[in-house]
Design a protein around this ligand. Structure first.
Ligand SMILES: Nc1ncnc2c1ncn2[C@@H]1O[C@H](COP(=O)(O)OP(=O)(O)OP(=O)(O)O)[C@@H](O)[C@H]1O
Length: 343
């Protein structure tokens, strides 16, 4: 539904050129929550702002539902933009307008009747959980409440896409979770496609279906969150994954102290596998003693997963058989180190 083709964005900074986006190709499917993660200066804001053409690319094309946004004349572009809502890190509310008037703003711009505006504002206040706050001013609200106003305003004209520009970066962890839960509900109940940018892997892990990692203006990795999270390929992706899971190989120095060159494996369980006793049964049947060096059991959006780093103490033939059996049960087993490699 959103297709970015060969997007390049150059800025002129004094007398030199900064290439903020360097040949970006991305497609976002209808109904998904798509996350873009990157460090400061990677090009995230520029990228998300090219989707609704708040930032016009130097070259390349942006399609929304098959419409080439980059070719539209300004009046038509304005119309199309109403189908794309946007929320911001610092909320961007009108400080001199009440909650209700902030939410009504895009409806009045679109010249909706007074009755339509009143009905829609009341609906949106209920949807985002701001009942009783209609007549307050932004300065009287908490950060989370301000973002709820931002979300209600962005949804006022029934957009098909919601762009979230670091929407939770100014919020504490508890409020962040509440706002992420609201975004997920909006995605599911209203079937609105969400594109968000963030520098926090926690945000990606909680609500995104797919993720793209941006680094130096280029997409360096993209895929389903489970794949990118559990098998990060690019060093930047690994850094982000470590934000939430810790470095998986940190147990290794402990092994050096033990002095025994044993086989070291990482097992990844995902979905229903997480609840099966595959590890216990395999090690019992192959008679391989093991030590758990590191372990995580958590969730990616709705999918449970587990990752364990094990040291296998059996004879090499037995450990190889155990690894084979685990793989035949559908588990992902990565051999971090073969026992014999260091013997
Ligand atoms: N208006 C501008 N003029 C010149 N350079 C710019 C402009 N806007 C952004 N840049 C540069 O483009 C690059 C990408 O910036 P961008 O704001 O998109 O990154 P970001 O990933 O969103 O960073 P942050 O998380 O810090 O906001 C940076 O090098 C930035 O300095």
């Amino acid at each position: 539904m959103i297709e970015l083709q060969h997007i390049v964005k150059d800025y002129q900074s004094g007398n030199h050129k900064v290439t903020a986006l360097n040949d970006i190709n991305l497609s976002v499917n209808k109904g998904e929550v798509f996350g873009i993660i990157g460090h400061s200066g990677a090009g995230k804001s520029t990228l998300i702002r090219t989707i609704n053409l708040l930032e016009r690319p130097s070259s390349g094309r942006v399609f929304i539902d098959g419409v080439n946004m980059t070719e539209l004349a300004s009046r038509k572009l304005q119309e199309e933009r109403r189908t794309i809502g946007m929320i911001f890190q610092h909320f961007n509310l009108l400080s001199s307008a009440t909650v209700a008037d902030n939410i009504a703003f895009p409806l009045r711009l679109a010249k909706r009747s007074k009755e339509t505006v009143e009905r829609r504002v009341a609906e949106l206040i209920g949807l985002v959980g701001l009942d009783g706050h209609e007549n307050k001013y932004p300065a009287q609200l908490s950060g989370g409440q301000k973002q709820r106003v931002g979300i209600a305003r962005a949804l006022a004209t029934n957009p098909k896409v919601l762009l979230c520009d670091e929407a939770t970066s100014a919020l504490d962890p508890q409020t962040t979770n509440a706002i992420l839960a609201l975004l997920l509900r909006i995605n599911r109940e209203l079937n609105i496609t969400i594109v968000l940018i963030t520098h926090e892997m926690q945000v990606i892990r909680s609500i995104c279906d797919r993720v793209a990692v941006i680094d130096g203006g280029k997409i360096v990795e993209t895929g389903p969150v489970s794949q990118v999270f559990l098998k990060p390929q690019h060093p930047t992706t690994r850094e982000f994954v470590e934000q939430v899971s810790g470095a998986v190989d940190k147990g290794l120095p402990l092994m050096e102290e033990a002095g025994e060159p044993q086989t070291l494996i990482r097992i990844t369980f995902i979905g229903e596998q997480t609840y099966e006793p595959a590890l216990y049964e395999t090690m019992r049947d192959t008679n391989v003693p093991f030590v758990i060096l590191q372990g995580t059991v958590s969730r990616l959006k709705n999918t449970p997963y587990g990752q364990l780093v094990l040291e296998l103490h059996g004879a090499q033939r037995d450990t190889e058989q155990a690894i084979e059996r685990l793989r035949s049960r559908g588990l992902d087993v990565e051999v971090i180190r073969h026992g014999s490699d260091r013997a």
